[in-house]
Design a protein around this ligand. Sequence first.
Ligand code: R5P
Length: 308
Amino acid sequence: MRLALVSGSSNSALASRVACEIGIDLEECAVERFPDGEIGVSMGPVRGADVYLVQTSGIPIHDNLVELLMLADAARRAGAARVTGVIPYLAYARQDRREAEGASLGARVIADALSASLDRVITVDLHASAVEGFFSCPVEHLSAIPLLAERVRPLLRDHIVVAPDLGAVKRAQRYASLLGLGMAGVRKRRLSGRQVEALGVDGDVRGHDVLIVDDMISTGATIVVAANALRAAGAGGAIAVATHGLLVAGAAERLDALALDAVMISDSVVAPTASRPRITVVGLAALLGDVITRVHRDAPLAELVGDR
Ligand code: R5P
């Protein structure tokens, strides 16, 4: 069966790099946007192929998700033998539980829609691992943590890894174990989509530099509040590392103003990082290319999906 790689419009630079890693060309695919906002796609011949649709769900999230559904439909109607969604960042994964009676469960809604359209999903650092269980198709849940840890290692001195909230503790443990560092945590409370507050710092950070690790930076509020709480607790310099750098609603400016020693994110989404020397973007193409090749050949993924 032929491997066919198709790029959606959400992050075509990443898709091209993945194609380069695998050593194939991207399939022809055109995405049309109609005046009323509707999306239509048309794809070159993929009959009988093992199709991988590279489409992340960064901003604009809904356009990107609907485009992915259209791509999957086009591939099926064109006779693809198997259709896999390569979704480096999965939006809505933060809506993994209902906060109140009467609320929707966003992660489940998106997982249902994608499961109905795709045979398999490849994704990276879901906000919560449990979201994998919302899908009725198989999910290859990869982690960028080993890659990010290796890239940040040369910048470290006597750093302590800090989880900026309770949900990040397992992730922080993974970084701490890979980097051989100690750990601390910030207790955080979310007040709204844009506002969080720190309730306290657990662990002694006085006199240490800190490495704040998270799955994503969206508005940057979590990193700002954590960095300020850590400074108030006596920490020295700070580095922030997160897999998904959405950087919405002025996050990049907010991070600039915070004057961190460095910020590191992956290229899972396209972020406004141009002319921001403190922000380093780490590429996922080699990891994604490797996984796609293995899935295509039915080879084990063991060390690539490992501990999360
Ligand atoms: C929350 O639980 C997540 O892990 C991130 O900490 C959060 O979503 C980041 O969002 P923001 O940058 O808007 O604070």
